[in-house]
Design a protein around this ligand. Structure first.
Ligand SMILES: [Zn+2]
Length: 313
């Protein structure tokens, strides 16, 4: 996930989350257990099973770590500045050790910051081919001017795929072609543990970033939520790039919410409205008390319809 507005937005989200008790969305029917571990300062590790952990470093996106006899598999790698802290946290895990494989759920630097060092060490970097392509080019977000510079070849994914795949360990992975967050989104499913990592295709905390410059769009958020439900059951623990571990009930609630918002935005688009008018129409209003200020999200989501649906876009 790429932070849009620093402090203010985070504080708003935090305030919104604190005020959200009792509202159905985000409060699943039953909380799926995850036990905190004692770890280093600034690192908060959740144990999902004996060999699967969510490593949360302060200010960083979630990293999922799977320990095994051959070392550790990661789903996402934090930002480059957190590399040392992440490697220490991973080697400190019960059964932890050096990383042998990392998945990039998408190209954003909050997920791919470990690639360079892991690539130099000869480790496998697995991603959808589109993620590799975005990392080979410079990207600028038109809405805030944020620039992303291409990464060296050694930091690019060295094992890419288009559809689905399976590792020798039985871990399965696949493309989320709906383009919920980018057009390179992937999931990783751990069948023995019944844990599904989904990156930023699902936001576990506040409104998502709709990165339409690299293919994400509001219709993809809806489609991705629908698709991911087919990979999960009532007991599946779903690990997004941000926020707490989710369950199937959360995906269902989010699907209903984003489908509603998608319909409203499409209607506004069909009436010839623009992004500012879409924000003013308050298409998210019944969700705002829980989700926080929607303006950035609505604007990006509306622009993403332009990017997908307008004939001359
Ligand atoms: Zn992201």
């Amino acid at each position: 996930m790429v932070d849009q507005g620093g402090h203010t937005r985070r504080q708003i989200l935090k305030a919104a989350a604190c005020g959200a008790a009792g509202i159905v969305l985000g409060a699943p029917v039953r909380r799926l257990a995850a036990a905190p571990l004692q770890t280093a300062q600034g690192v908060n590790t959740l144990r999902l099973t004996d060999d699967l952990f969510v490593v949360k470093i302060a200010g960083e996106a979630n990293v999922l770590a799977h320990t095994g006899a051959n070392g550790v598999l990661l789903v996402d790698g934090g930002s480059a500045g957190a590399f040392d802290a992440l490697m220490k946290a991973v080697s400190d895990l019960p059964g932890g050790g050096p990383v042998h494989t990392i998945f990039n759920t998408h190209w954003h630097p909050e997920q791919t910051g470990s690639n360079q060092q892991l690539g130099q060490a000869g480790k496998a970097i697995v991603a959808h081919e589109n993620t590799r392509l975005w990392l080979t080019t410079d990207v600028t977000w038109p809405w805030n001017g944020r620039r992303f510079t291409r990464v060296p070849k050694i930091a690019q994914p060295n094992k890419t795929f288009y559809g689905t795949g399976q590792l020798d360990s039985g871990v399965r992975y696949g493309y989320i072609p709906d383009a919920a967050h980018t057009d390179g989104d992937l999931y990783v499913y751990f069948p023995q543990q019944n844990v599904l990592a989904v990156g930023d295709a699902v936001s576990g905390e506040g409104w998502p970033v709709v990165d339409w410059t690299t293919g994400g769009w509001i219709g993809g958020i809806v489609g991705g939520l629908q698709r991911l439900q087919t990979l999960a059951n009532e007991d599946t623990r779903i690990v997004p790039a941000r926020g707490p571990v989710l369950g199937l009930a959360d995906l269902k609630a989010q699907y209903a919410m984003y489908a509603t918002i998608h319909d409203r935005l499409t209607q506004l688009l069909n009436k010839g409205r623009g992004p500012g008018e879409a924000v003013a129409a308050r298409p998210t209003q019944e969700f705002d008390a829980q989700m926080g200020n929607p303006d950035e999200f609505v604007r990006r989501a509306f622009e993403s319809l332009w990017a997908y649906l307008s004939p001359d876009a």
